[in-house]
Design a binder for this molecule. Structure first.
Ligand code: MF3
Ligand code: CO
Length: 254
């Protein structure tokens, strides 16, 4: 079922989104060489709970962390642990925040120290691909328009699109209908309506698109060992466009 959010629900989701944004800012301050991924998890847990919210991912289908931290060839769902971040790593951080039963979902890939030009471009272009995908959103547009915009931009920049994982609706569940693939054809799929909330989350690889699941049953990595980047925002579909719920509200990222 695809839910249309009421004004009251949207207000709650704006707040969940804003706390998500602030948590990213807080975690970002701690990302540097020498820090363990579980230290970042603690920063996020402490911050989210201090703000009167709950980390959406904690215990979600048995997930053991508050956030996901995925390094280099890890695409998504890296479980925080004793791994130490090194200079030259790219670190994808995915955060879910639950405020009064309403969720927000957002991811960012951070560069630590110095990386090659290829890797820098991977990260920059994955972020750009997210905004390409968002740019076509408005009531009346179709889900396929989003994926087509992302895929076209990724291919134009020699990056491949992971297909096994997709964006999704967000609301009283962190993952709701509809699926929002990062590939597809324009003018196909579900028609977007005002009041829908979706998470758009391109995962782009420097090498081939293929991925595998680790023995921990969570972490997903690229088959070829080449790096992957991930950017995600939760957005509200509006009559003329969209509103980013997980952006910098004070500086008007909408
Ligand atoms: N943002 C992640 C996604 O949409 C959510 C991961 S939930 C977890 O795939 F619990 F699996 F970490
Ligand atoms: Co998501």
């Amino acid at each position: 079922m695809i839910s249309i959010k009421s004004e009251r629900e949207i207000e709650l989701m704006r707040h969940a989104g804003y706390i998500n944004y602030l948590t990213h800012q807080e975690v970002k301050k701690h990302i540097k060489a020498g820090v363990t991924t579980k230290a970042l998890d603690k920063v996020a847990y402490d911050f989210i709970t201090k703000k009167g919210c709950i980390p959406s991912f904690l215990n979600y289908e048995g997930y053991p962390g508050s956030i996901c931290v995925s390094i280099n060839d890890e695409v998504v769902h890296g479980i925080p642990g004793n791994r130490i971040i090194k200079d030259g790593d790219i670190v994808s951080v995915d955060i879910g925040v639950n405020y009064k039963g309403y969720h927000s979902d957002a991811a960012n890939t951070y560069i630590v120290g110095k990386v090659s030009k290829d890797v820098e471009d991977l990260v920059k272009n994955t972020e750009k691909s997210l905004y390409k995908g968002l740019s076509v959103i408005a009531a009346g547009a179709k889900i396929g328009d989003i994926g087509a915009a992302i895929e076209e931009f990724a291919e134009a920049n020699n990056l491949s699109v992971v297909r096994e994982l997709v964006g999704h609706g967000v609301g009283t569940d962190i993952h709701e209908d509809p699926d929002v693939p990062n590939f597809g054809k324009t003018n196909t799929g579900l028609v977007l309506k005002e009041g829908m909330v979706i998470a758009v989350e391109p995962m782009l690889n420097l090498g081939s698109r293929y991925v595998y699941l680790h023995d921990d049953d969570w972490t997903i990595s690229t088959d070829d060992g080449l790096p992957s980047a991930h950017f995600e925002h939760t957005v509200l579909v509006t009559k003329d466009g969209y509103e980013i719920l997980t952006g910098d509200m004070e500086n008007g990222e909408k």
